[in-house]
Design a protein around this ligand. Structure first.
Ligand SMILES: [Zn+2]
Length: 386
């Protein structure tokens, strides 16, 4: 677009006229994008969508994305970027919606009291939460997408320890109340290893939030929760206790998560979520925490995980199989990126604005589908001998 405008300058347009044309073109593109959201995404609530059998695409993985970009630290993984570079958070929210997310998830994951205490920023707790919620709301309002609050594993929960349980409840309560005050459509409670903590989070959403709840747990190496429940049973209990959608997030990559979802589906028949990490986990290394980097003999988590990223083909296969399994709430967690989200959205039948730029190799000058003369054929064989 810029190139064509500059080209016109050289064809006799004044600079002012060229800039005016450029502005009109940008405004037209923005209108087309707004029209997409208005047309395809009438704002129905979460419950309404589930009952109508709609699917919900959700982009997660903000912690890893901002660590990769140099805006927060691996280890403590606290979303300080919300306060220090809010414009970056807003931009990623916009990018994920552009790639097909139906939801803007406020970036309050690990923005809780215990995590802020860890880095000596407990005083920023409320301002970080409110800022994260407002950034997400701004994008959700503009794009007519759902606004979700987010609570997560407290890191201090201990079953059979009343003091730890009360502290965990207090963490959930304050984050839920801030989310409600900022007008979220629903709350995501996620990344719980123990059924007990997931159930407590749900209880708190019911008591302090009174909005719909999505509750997802992490499956580690074993196909049961850390406190010993089979996941099918845990899902049934959470659903019976009032969760609107239950499922798995984080921990496992697409293949090892979907094999477990297949098992869960035998006993749990309600609305299901699957939000894996886009890494190449295997039965021997079922989670991204268990992947060993063969070059170092050490854990790939977190710094060397990029070497184990899924291919786009693997993400497409994941989305196809998840759809086949009836996964209604689908997305990607740590390691997510917009090119992956667009694939998930497209497999689920969407054409988000980013689809305008989905790959089309037929237009490539060497790899495209066209009649090659012998010169180009020789060139291609030199680049990629077959
Ligand atoms: Zn994750």
């Amino acid at each position: 677009m810029l190139a064509s405008a500059l080209n016109k300058i050289s064809h006799g347009l004044t600079f002012g006229n060229a800039m005016n044309k450029l502005r009109l073109k940008i405004e037209k593109d923005q209108k087309v994008e707004s029209a997409y959201f208005q047309r395809t995404m009438p704002k129905k609530g979460l419950k309404e969508r589930i009952q109508a059998g709609d699917n919900i695409i959700v982009a997660e993985g903000y912690i890893f994305e901002f660590e990769r970009r140099g805006y927060l630290r691996a280890g403590c993984f606290v979303p300080e970027v919300v306060l220090e570079h809010p414009e970056q958070v807003k931009a990623v929210h916009e990018e994920y919606v552009h790639a097909g997310s139906d939801v803007v998830l406020a970036f309050t994951y690990y923005g809780h009291r215990e995590k802020l205490k860890l880095i000596g920023r407990e005083a920023d707790l409320k301002s970080l939460n409110i800022k994260a919620l407002r950034l997400a709301k701004e994008v959700a309002d503009r794009t007519n997408t759902l606004l979700a609050g987010n609570i997560c594993n407290s890191t201090i929960y201990k079953r059979d320890c009343p003091d730890a349980i009360e502290k965990t409840r207090a963490i959930f309560k304050e984050q839920i109340e801030w989310a409600i005050a900022e007008g979220v459509d629903y709350i995501v409670a996620e990344s719980f290893s123990e059924y007990g903590e997931a159930a407590l989070a749900l209880e708190c959403i019911k008591e302090y939030g009174k909005v719909p709840a999505v509750v997802t747990m992490i499956a580690h190496a074993e196909d049961k929760t850390v406190d010993g429940l089979m996941f099918g049973e845990a899902m049934n209990k959470l659903y019976a206790a009032g969760a609107d959608i239950v499922g798995l997030n984080c921990g496992r990559g697409p293949t090892t998560m979907l094999s477990l979802i297949g098992e869960i589906r035998k006993t749990y028949k309600g609305p299901m979520a699957a939000i894996p990490v886009p890494y190449r986990t295997t039965p021997d290394e079922p989670t991204f925490l268990s992947i060993i980097n063969p070059e170092t003999g050490k854990d790939a988590f977190p710094e060397d995980l990029t070497a184990f990223h899924c291919s786009r083909t693997q993400i497409r296969k994941f989305a196809e199989e998840a759809k086949e399994l009836g996964v209604q709430y689908v997305g990607l967690c740590c390691g997510n990126a917009s090119h992956f989200m667009r694939i998930v959205a497209e497999v689920y039948g969407r054409t988000p604005p980013a689809s305008k730029y989905s790959p089309d190799m037929s237009q490539h000058f060497i790899w495209g589908d066209k009649n090659f003369d012998s010169y180009l054929m020789d060139y291609r064989n030199t680049l990629a001998p077959k």
